[in-house]
Design a binder for this molecule. Structure first.
Ligand SMILES: CC(C)=CCC/C(C)=C/CC/C(C)=C/CC/C(C)=C/CC/C(C)=C/CC/C(C)=C/CC/C(C)=C/COP(=O)(O)OP(=O)(O)O
Ligand SMILES: O=P(O)(O)OC[C@@H](O)CO
Ligand SMILES: [Mg+2]
Length: 239
């Protein structure tokens, strides 16, 4: 858990999208705290292994976000397991997980597996469609999911997911206020350092995904922006 606690900025690489060696190197050497490999569709054992082997040339920590058991492989530093708290289907909250543990229970090292309590707030994103997320939520609904994640289920991570669109910083702030031990991940629509810095005021960990493929230089610039804000926050805490 300690390794994840230190993550302030992470890049999420989609195995279903191409990235050339030069860009991958710049990304891994950017000073980001970790690289997460994950996506909602087109994730296969072949494209996961290819990306893992290429990322392993660098020292950056590497996590697999498990969305399909067919694409599971040893070799990652940690495994992140999404639980979609606002899904309408039990399959995405417990069902797939039950099946996976039936299959892999004997070989699982629980010390390297971390649950992510997802609250998906962009109804149009692929993950929301797949998991049938109820994204028509008030701020109070979202805060209640965060409290459940933190205090009833005691999940290590609560993930405010706006995949593809930039979310509401004031809601991220409200959610942060009700979490203590549970780490707040924010992801969605970050394409500029300013947006990254704003979310880093409240979120413990800022995730940058699509901008890697759409706005590469801007995506790289989010690392310094998040690190600067994280430094300010730890300075504030130290007073
Ligand atoms: C053999 C070996 C190494 C074993 C290791 C042990 C281990 C880790 C076992 C797994 C245990 C386990 C409990 C697994 C769960 C399996 C599973 C399939 C769970 C369901 C996951 C889930 C709820 C998926 C729903 C979709 C979702 C929340 C995806 C998260 C990623 C996400 C939001 C991506 C963003 O969307 P994207 O695809 O990027 O969209 P765009 O392409 O439009 O950007
Ligand atoms: O791709 P974007 O919109 O940056 O979102 C990042 C991540 O939260 C996706 O799961
Ligand atoms: Mg994506």
């Amino acid at each position: 858990m300690e390794e994840i606690r230190a993550w302030r900025h992470v890049f999420k690489l989609d195995p279903n999208k191409p990235i050339d060696d030069e860009r991958l190197e710049r990304l891994c050497e950017s000073g980001t705290d970790a690289v997460i490999v994950g996506g909602t569709d087109g994730v296969t054992i072949d494209n996961v292994l290819d990306l893992l082997a290429r990322i392993r040339r660098f020292s950056v920590p590497c996590a697999l976000e498990v969305t399909d058991v067919e694409a599971l492989t040893p070799g990652f530093d940690v495994y992140l397991v999404p639980i979609v708290l606002n899904s309408r289907q039990a399959e995405w909250i417990i069902g797939r997980h039950h099946e996976a543990v039936k299959q892999y229970g004997d070989v699982m090292n629980w010390d390297e597996i971390f649950a992510e309590g997802y609250c998906i707030l962009n109804p149009a994103c692929k993950a929301a469609e797949l998991a049938e997320a109820d994204a028509a939520l008030t701020d109070d609904d979202v805060v209640a999911y965060a409290r459940l994640a933190a205090h009833l289920y005691r999940l290590p991570i609560f993930y405010l997911e706006y995949s593809g669109v930039y979310g509401d910083p004031s809601l991220v702030e409200k959610v942060k206020q009700v979490l203590d031990q549970t780490q707040l991940f924010y992801g969605g629509g970050i394409t500029t350092p300013e947006q990254a810095e704003h979310m880093a005021r409240y979120a413990d960990t800022v995730v940058v995904g699509n901008a890697i493929y759409d706005e590469f230089e801007q995506a790289l610039a989010t690392v310094a922006a998040v690190k600067q804000m994280a430094g300010q926050r730890s300075g504030d805490d130290g007073k």
